[in-house]
Design a protein around this ligand. Structure first.
Ligand code: GDP
Ligand code: MG
Length: 164
């Protein structure tokens, strides 16, 4: 079976933009299931001939900060740890680390799967200051990314397929 890569993070950080860029608009694999997996889509992808499946998580409404909302993000992270061979954790370089990022990081730190911490929306790649806030998450070295412009995605993909 192809390796599974789950893309996790709170709403609006750019997960779907990243997945669509990597999967290059290929259709999602139809996936029917209930509960926590309801809001996931599966996309075929490859990098230099190495094939894998990208899982986009989310579809959670933005703007909610209640316990149920945080619980859903944690559930998505737990499901990702369970099913994935590697995890891409996307955070927003414009907002800095939030409590929800912390909650996800706590789950991912306990996992023995490779975790790639991607600080997205760093549209100016020389803006290294955007990374500083995320060292506190206690994960892999944060890496700058712009899913919008595509900067940083090649390095991410090299390391990602290198982890399979
Ligand atoms: P998701 O909820 O995590 O799937 O986030 P989306 O992919 O839907 O993106 C949320 C918003 O952030 C959209 O308006 C995107 O266009 C924007 N966005 C995503 N990536 C970037 C980026 O690298 N730079 C900037 N400036 N905006 C981005
Ligand atoms: Mg999305």
């Amino acid at each position: 079976p192809k390796p599974i890569v789950a893309v996790v993070g709170r709403p609006n950080v750019g997960k779907s933009t990243l997945v669509n860029r990597i999967a290059q608009g290929r259709d999602a694999i139809v996936h029917e299931s209930r509960g926590v997996t309801r809001d996931r889509s599966y996309h075929e992808a490859d990098w230099n001939g190495v094939e894998f499946v990208l899982v986009d998580t989310g579809g959670i409404e933005t703007g909610r900060t209640d316990d149920a909302f945080s619980g859903r993000i944690r559930e998505q992270a737990l499901a990702a740890v369970e099913e994935a061979d590697a995890i891409v954790f996307v955070v927003d370089g414009r907002t800095g680390a939030t409590e929800e990022d912390e909650a996800v990081a706590r789950i991912l730190r306990r996992s023995d799967k490779p975790v790639f911490l991607c600080v997205n929306k760093v549209d100016d790649p020389t803006n290294e200051a955007a990374l500083w806030d995320f060292y506190s998450l206690g994960l892999d070295e944060p890496r700058a990314l712009s899913a919008l412009h595509g900067t940083g995605t090649g390095d991410l993909l090299d390391d990602l397929v290198g982890s399979f």
